[in-house]
Design a protein around this ligand. Structure first.
Ligand SMILES: Cc1cc2nc3c(=O)[nH]c(=O)nc-3n(C[C@H](O)[C@H](O)[C@H](O)COP(=O)(O)OP(=O)(O)OC[C@H]3O[C@@H](n4cnc5c(N)ncnc54)[C@H](O)[C@@H]3O)c2cc1C
Length: 396
């Protein structure tokens, strides 16, 4: 949608968007918990992941400011929340879709709805075949998204189209997704959201040396069979089955101070139930999970666990959960991997097929949680449009 608009602005005629759904922008309308987090104040390149290149060149050509300026010129108003995430002032993702839809209609850009592009080839011109029609075009932009959340129309078919033009596709995995763990280890925690420092570690080799992989800080939300929330979504890009998450439930307080607080409580109330020792130190459900993990009976006596104050504190500061997998593409927000960036020119034209462009999630760039994936989708669409406009004088 965004690329089509930019093409039209740059004077390219006869632009059409082929969309398999019966309306445009279904996924866009669901983004940011329905609020549409389209960009972020912090556009550092570390926020974008790729094993085959990077997002820098594209973002330099069309970055956050350019996006906001353009979206505002279409009649929208945008602002950032306290963490730097940029949303429409309406806080409605669907209003961003509307903004683009109105502009497409206004410019007379055709939307061919309910048409899945099933086949594409280049015989002089591009031929794109859907169930209903055959389209001819001088330029073709593949913007089919990835494999994440296929109920929005993104079943990964775009990769097949890219392959039909000689492209390869890296390994694909779901990202910005919940991580599964052993349900027994999070019993009683469902629904609890808490600020944590989360570390990801891997046990390496037969000597079981632990390798530190990643650290994230933010919300963790416990579910039936795993963990979700901001920090986990960001971690999901790196986690593999067999890795271990360590949750620090008190990221601002050192282990020594936590142990001291526990000792102090026990010294004051030696006959207190063990269950109550961690009250007002951590969330009570988390406290019970920690006691269970340490093998301490809830109805035991506080004084009997005094010698385990350090163990309790260490468990609060590093609650280990094995990663048993992810919630899959079905529930992921983005696809990690895609068409290798080294198979694309700086303006995202295919190095194998002239006048073919590959943009958005289909390319091997995925962003952190926080508006980076939409920024990439918009930026890559704008840059491809510039590329086409630079070559497409015949289409004006
Ligand atoms: C629930 C959810 C929340 C998200 N929230 C955010 C957020 O707040 N901020 C953020 O930055 N990112 C967010 N994302 C990620 C972001 O939405 C995507 O990365 C981005 O939309 C990708 O843009 P795209 O244009 O590449 O593909 P898409 O937006 O996925 O669009 C591709 C379109 O192509 C259509 N299509 C696919 N194949 C064919 C075909 N063969 N023929 C015709 N049409 C086809 C699809 O139906 C779809 O409409 C979220 C994702 C999800 C699922």
């Amino acid at each position: 949608m965004f690329c089509a608009l930019r093409l039209s602005d740059l004077g390219i005629k006869d632009v059409a968007v082929i969309e398999r759904n019966d309306r445009l922008g279904r996924k866009l309308s669901a983004t940011g918990n329905g609020q549409g987090n389209i960009s972020n104040e912090d556009m550092s390149s570390a926020k974008f992941l790729s094993s085959t290149g990077d997002a820098k060149t594209v973002l330099r050509r069309f970055g956050k400011e350019a996006l906001l300026q353009y979206m505002s010129s279409l009649g929208g108003l945008f602002n950032a929340d306290e963490t730097g995430r940029i949303y429409p002032a309406s806080r409605q993702a669907s209003s961003v879709t509307d903004l683009l839809r109105f502009a497409l209609t206004d410019r007379g850009i055709a939307a061919c709805l309910g048409e899945k592009a099933e086949f594409a080839e280049k015989r002089g011109a591009f031929i794109v075949r859907t169930q209903k029609e055959e389209y001819l075009a001088d330029f073709l932009v593949l913007a089919c998204g990835g494999k994440a959340s296929p109920h929005f129309g993104t079943d990964g078919y775009g990769y097949a189209l890219a392959k039909s033009f000689g492209h390869t596709v890296t390994d694909l995995s779901p990202s910005l997704v919940r991580l599964r763990t052993d349900p027994a280890l999070i019993r009683g925690l469902k629904g609890i959201r808490t600020d944590c420092r989360v570390s990801l570690k891997k046990e390496n080799g037969s000597k079981k040396r632990t390798l530190f992989l990643q650290e994230q800080r933010g919300d963790v939300l416990f579910t039936d069979n795993g963990v979700s929330g901001d920090a986990i979504f960001r971690m999901s890009a790196f986690a593999e089955t067999g890795d271990f998450l360590y949750l620090d439930f008190l990221p601002e307080i050192g282990a020594g101070s936590v142990a001291e607080a526990i000792r102090h409580k026990i010294a004051m109330y030696p006959d207190m139930r063990a269950e109550d020792v961690l009250r007002c130190i951590v969330n009570s459900a988390i406290g019970r999970a920690v006691l269970r993990r340490c093998g301490i009976a809830m109805d035991g006596n506080a004084k009997d666990v005094s010698h385990r104050s350090k163990y309790l504190a260490d468990t609060i500061k590093g609650y280990m959960l094995p990663v048993k997998g992810t919630d899959g593409f079905e529930n992921a927000q983005v696809t990690k991997g895609g068409v290798p960036m080294y198979e694309l020119e700086d303006d995202l034209e295919s190095k194998f097929t002239e006048n073919l462009y590959i943009i958005g999630e289909l390319a091997d760039i995925d962003g952190e949680c926080g508006g980076y994936n939409l920024q990439w989708a918009f930026s890559s669409g704008a840059v491809a449009a510039e590329g086409i406009a630079g070559r497409g004088s015949a289409c004006r």
